[in-house]
Structure formats: structure tokens, C-alpha cells
Design a protein around this ligand. Structure first.
Ligand SMILES: Nc1nc2c(ncn2[C@@H]2O[C@H](COP(=O)(O)OP(=O)(O)OP(=O)(O)O)[C@@H](O)[C@H]2O)c(=O)[nH]1
Ligand SMILES: [Mg+2]
Length: 448
């Protein structure tokens, strides 16, 4: 370990040389080489030393944010002898080995089972949330049927459907038929959905041109940018949703492969979890190429918001897809895939996250780039929440094309156990090995 230590002076060149990183476009400008040199930072602070308390690393001796810590490619420095391919194979092993273990239910003593009398059941303060278009009627019915069959027929949690347009009568009637639970159909107020007036249209056009050139999906679809902004920061401020604490996000055409014989919302509540996910992925780095810069700038002014137990290794991991860190100035692009979320909206309503979202919104990256709600939620959680409150629902068999969470569970039907994607060439997009290796405590690892 640490047998190759680049000097502070040439570390940025070293990164580029080592990965022969080739850009096809001249935009964005080279972001790495214009980093400030660190203040009062010794080499021992730059190179990761697992013995050191990470918490100390990201603050300089003068109490300022040590910016280099967040951009330093420290994992790469630890393992110079391995190629990216070696690393990927090692990481896939970690994932497969872990998922090969039988995964049934969380081993906690407080699982709440389906009630005998569903009408008398005191539910958690929770709702399903589904943002959906009228045209996605079949897709949402298919997801809803599975969720009802595998979980909700036993608990009757209400559904909240959100749309930037009015839901049609047909949509409402057909959807309601699939559940005994209450359904609410809410039109999103335009101020929470539409592009803000302060977005500079020339800058937006330039940004979209760059993303198109980089083959970024949905770059040119304004509704997609609106959706990402809405799910990043505004959904929990809809009047109807202010009545709820927990939500489970359901997307059209997603699949659910396992019976869930306990109340997942009560699991969250009783075990003090903030956020539950099933899949963790890398993002297209071009879509978030200045998100990390903006985040660092926010952190510089708000150091006190960083949690004492953050998930920084996952955010900074630079071995599997190092070109991502190069494009984003340090961020791995690892995120929780937000089409599945079971989470506590009070986290997103908290001061740190609210200020963070407002800061990002003001930067305009939802339109000048294509910042997604998944990386924005994930950065907020990894930085401002105690990582032990983030729960991997690995018992829930789930698919959103083309990725799975497919546990080794006799009851799991419809996916290949342990597989991450139907396409083997997408395995390098899996960020769960990093989560498993660096962020899960023994307690979490042994929870199933
Ligand atoms: N009402 C409404 N819902 C939208 C709009 N755009 C996206 N959504 C919903 O927002 C969620 C995410 O959109 P998707 O198009 O699935 O985005 P994605 O998952 O990144 O992309 P896919 O891989 O194509 O599924 C889904 O629940 C969509 O139904 C929109 O313009 N209006
Ligand atoms: Mg989708």
C-alpha cells in the first residue's frame, strides 16, 4: 500500500498520464488542472491511510475545507499495481460473493407483520409516490399490480400520483381499480415544475449541445430536466405530501420479484433509517460535470453540515471508472438509483438539504447540464446523513431496465440471482461493491 506516492506538485498530471484520458469535446474546460494548492496540508493527509480518522482529513488545520481531500483520487494511490480491469473483476467478486449468501429478511426483532384486520391497522405515516404521465397508464398499472400483490394488499398504504398535467378520467378510474387503498391524484403546481425564469437560454443551449455531442440520453428533453429538478428538491413540498413522512417511490414498468412480508415503512421508522435503496450505479459523468464543484463550493460555506459519519469513500472511489472522477473533478458519480426509494422526507426538508438544493438550483445545473435527482439525493445523503441510516433493501427483488437487485431468496422469481444487469458489459456500472466494501458496518453486513 502507498508504495507510489505522487508529489503534490505533479499529482494532477499524474492522473491524466496514468489514464490517458481522451476527451472528444473541448467543453467542459479542463477542470482538474486549475485546482488550488492545498493550504497547510501534509502529504500524509493526501494519501489515504485507513488508520487515520477520515473525519480529520477533510478539514485543514486552520479549520477550512481541505478541497484536495475531495479530489485527490486517493483510492488509486493505494493500488497502483492494479489495472481498471483487475479492479472491476475484484469488485464483481465482492458483489457476487455477497449476493450468493441467502438473503431473506432483515434480522431485527421488530419486524411488523401483516395485520389480521387490515382496517384496524395503524400504518406508519407513509405513501407511495408515483410521478407519471397519462400516457404511462399501462406501465404504472403493471408496477402497481406487482407492488400490491407482493406487499400492499396486506397493509393498504395510500398511493399518491403526481403529474404536471391534469390526470384524465380514464387514468384515474383504471388506476384506482388496482388497489383497495386510497389513491390521490395531484397536479403539480407549475412553480414547482417549470423551468425557473432565471435560466439563461444561451447557456442552456450550449450545455445541451455539449450533452448531445456526448450522447447523453434525454439531453434535449426539457420535461426530463424539469422532472430531475422536481424530484431533487420540490416533490416533498407539494401540499398533499406535507402530510406524510415516509414515501416509497414507484416508477412505471418496474418489476418486483419478492414477497415482502413485513411493513417496510415501520422497518424504517423503528430502526431509525432515513433512506432505503436497492441499486447503486455510476452516472454519466458529463451530465453532472460541475455538480461536484458546486457541492464543494456549498460545503466550503457550510462545513458544519457534513455529518460525522459520511459515505465519502463511495463518493470519491476512483478505481473502477476513474475517467468519471476526471470529468467531474473528483466525484465517482456513484449514486442510489432513485427510481426505487423508500425514504424519510424530513431528511429532504431539513435545513442542510434544503439549503443545498437551493444552492444547486441557483447554479442552474438542472438545465445547463442534466443533474439528476439520483446524484443530488445521493450527495445530500452521503454528506449530511449518518451512513448507518442508509439501508440497502437487498431482500427486495427489483428491476428497472436494465438493472436488477436480485437476492438469493427461494421466493425471488423473475430474475437471475445475483445478476446486476441483463447485459454483462454493464457490470462496470455497479457501484454496490464500493458501498459494501467501504460504507457498510459489520452490523449492516450481517443484517440479513
Ligand atoms: N407527469 C410526468 N411524469 C414524468 C415526466 N417525465 C418523466 N416522468 C416520470 O418521472 C419518472 C422518471 O422518468 P423516466 O422517463 O422513467 O426516467 P429514467 O428512469 O431516467 O429513464 P428510463 O430509463 O427511460 O426509464 C417516471 O416515473 C416518469 O413517469 C413528465 O414530463 N411528466
Ligand atoms: Mg424510468
Amino acid at each position: 500500500m502507498n508504495n507510489y506516492i505522487p508529489s503534490i506538485g505533479n499529482w494532477t498530471n499524474y492522473f491524466y498520464n496514468d489514464y490517458t484520458y481522451n476527451r472528444t469535446s473541448s467543453y467542459p474546460p479542463n477542470i482538474i488542472t486549475n485546482l488550488d494548492q492545498p493550504k497547510n496540508t501534509s502529504i500524509s493527509k493526501i494519501i489515504h491511510n485507513p488508520e487515520l480518522d477520515l473525519k480529520l482529513d477533510y478539514i485543514d488545520s486552520d479549520g477550512q475545507l481541505n478541497e484536495l481531500f475531495f479530489r485527490r483520487f486517493r483510492h488509486h494511490n493505494e493500488y497502483p499495481q492494479y489495472s481498471t480491469k483487475d479492479i472491476l473483476n475484484q469488485n464483481l467478486d465482492v458483489y457476487e460473493t455477497y449476493l450468493n449468501n441467502e438473503i431473506l429478511e432483515p434480522k431485527v426483532s421488530n419486524l411488523v407483520r401483516p395485520p389480521d384486520e387490515i382496517d384496524q391497522y395503524e400504518r406508519a405515516n407513509a405513501t407511495f409516490i408515483s410521478l407519471v404521465r397519462n400516457s404511462e397508464l399501462q406501465g404504472i398499472i403493471s408496477a402497481m399490480k406487482e407492488v400490491e400483490k407482493k406487499f400492499n394488499k396486506n397493509f393498504n398504504y395510500p398511493w399518491t400520483f403526481l403529474n404536471d398535467r391534469e390526470f384524465t378520467k380514464k387514468f384515474i378510474e383504471k388506476v384506482q381499480k388496482n388497489t383497495n387503498a386510497e389513491c390521490h391524484f395531484i397536479r403539480i403546481p407549475s412553480h414547482l415544475w417549470d423551468k425557473p425564469f432565471n435560466i439563461d437560454s444561451n447557456r442552456e443551449k450550449e450545455g445541451i449541445k455539449y450533452l448531445i455531442n456526448e450522447n447523453i440520453q434525454y439531453a434535449n428533453k426539457i420535461s426530463y430536466h424539469n422532472m430531475c429538478r422536481f424530484y431533487s428538491g420540490n416533490f416533498y413540498n407539494i401540499d398533499h405530501l406535507k402530510n406524510f413522512k415516509y414515501y416509497w417511490r414507484i416508477e412505471p414498468s418496474t418489476s418486483y420479484f419478492t414477497k415482502i412480508n413485513y411493513d417496510v415503512f415501520k422497518f424504517m421508522e423503528l430502526n431509525k433509517k432515513t433512506y432505503g435503496f436497492t441499486i447503486s450505479l455510476y452516472d454519466s459523468p458529463q451530465s453532472v460535470h460541475t455538480l461536484w464543484n458546486a457541492t464543494i463550493n456549498f460545503l466550503k460555506q457550510n462545513l458544519h453540515y457534513i455529518n460525522k459519519n459520511p459515505a465519502l469513500d463511495w463518493l470519491l472511489y476512483d478505481l473502477q471508472n476513474p475517467h468519471h472522477n476526471a470529468i467531474t473533478s473528483g466525484y465517482s458519480t456513484c449514486h442510489f438509483w432513485s427510481n426505487f426509494e423508500i425514504a424519510d422526507m424530513d431528511f429532504f426538508r431539513s435545513k442542510p438539504y434544503t439549503e443545498y438544493f437551493n444552492y444547486l438550483d441557483n447554479e442552474g445545473g438542472f438545465y445547463y447540464e442534466r443533474w439528476g435527482d439520483a446524484p443530488v439525493h445521493s450527495l445530500g445523503l452521503a454528506l449530511f446523513e449518518d451512513k448507518s441510516k442508509i439501508h440497502w433493501f437487498r431482500d427486495i427483488g427489483y428491476k428497472h431496465f436494465p438493472y436488477f437487485n436480485c437476492p438469493n431468496n427461494p421466493d425471488c422469481e423473475g430474475c437471475e440471482k445475483g445478476s446486476f444487469s441483463e447485459y454483462a458489459n454493464l457490470n462496470d456500472q455497479n457501484c454496490l461493491p464500493t458501498w459494501i466494501k467501504y460504507e457498510m458496518t459489520d452490523e449492516q453486513l450481517n443484517l440479513y
